[in-house]
Design a protein around this ligand. Structure first.
Ligand code: T5A
Length: 219
């Protein structure tokens, strides 16, 4: 990351954790911290190619997709996302905020699908060796509560949302392992709380990050 001037923030969590809701709060906090023109993006997606792959990945018609094909597809979208959007923006000194990144692959493919962390780590090492977010906000929610919230939106159910509770429990446990392994990068937010409290915690984390970043630029 040393050659990249901007700051890379990722937002992670299970379905219904409140990631999309908190992106607004992150934008407000970055504006208050006078961070110029942050770039908001998402995974899978972020490029025309990635968005096309997102459509395939979320389409409930592809019920037979095997875990390996799923993992390779999310990393194919990520490779293009890094090449076309993330790295150029960071090189230009912009802050980039991504709704999900590689920790989601550790959670969903490594944990949920049972591929294991080593196989996901091998893809990570191939697609973006030595590159990781500067800060990851993990909105930690009980899978049952998250599913209830997601269902409450009244939108259709995608291919992942069709999974059983055990899938999301395994994904959550994998997120926890990631956070325990890299406490300096992760900020865990208890997302089981009411929306206002979660937003405040997210705002405080981003404000602190911007202050730290400004200090490190000055010295
Ligand atoms: N995926 C992704 C992989 O398997 N591997 C990968 O490598 C990557 C990158 C993407 C899917 O792809 C998978 C994971 C995902 O299944 P997505 O749309 O990005 O899908 O992710 P989802 O988790 O499905 O997005 P959701 O929109 O369901 O969840 P959010 O964004 O966390 O939740 P949000 O903000 O939309 O909130 C849901 C509802 O809850 C309410 C909101 O108002 C909204 O109605 N809400 C709250 N209610 C009460 N209290 C709170 N604190 C609330 N916060 C939000």
């Amino acid at each position: 990351m040393k050659d990249l001037l901007g700051c890379f923030i990722t937002v992670e969590g299970l379905e219904g954790a409140g990631k999309t809701t908190c992106l607004e709060t992150i934008a407000e906090a970055l504006a208050e911290a006078a961070v110029p023109e942050p770039l908001f993006t998402r995974e899978p997606g972020g490029t025309p190619f990635g968005e096309a792959l997102r459509g395939v990945l979320l389409d409930p018609a592809h019920t037979g997709l095997c875990p390996e094909a799923e993992a390779l597809t999310v990393f194919a979208a990520r490779a293009q996302h890094l090449h076309e959007v993330i790295r150029p923006a960071l090189a230009a000194g912009r802050w980039v905020v991504s709704d999900r990144f590689t920790d989601a692959s550790f959670a969903y493919q490594g944990g949920g699908r049972g591929l294991g962390a080593e196989r996901v780590a091998a893809l990570e090492a191939w697609v973006h060796p030595g590159f990781a977010p500067d800060c990851t906000l993990l909105l930690d929610v009980d899978p049952k509560l998250g599913r209830e919230r997601a269902a409450g939106r009244g939108e259709g159910i995608d291919r992942f949302e069709q999974e059983q509770l055990t899938f999301f429990q395994a994904a959550r446990a994998a997120y926890h392992r990631r956070a325990e392994a890299e406490p300096g990068r992760f900020r865990i937010v208890d997302a089981n709380r009411p929306e206002g409290e979660v937003r405040e915690a997210v705002r405080a984390a981003i404000t602190r990050l911007a202050e730290e970043h400004n200090r490190s630029e000055r010295y």
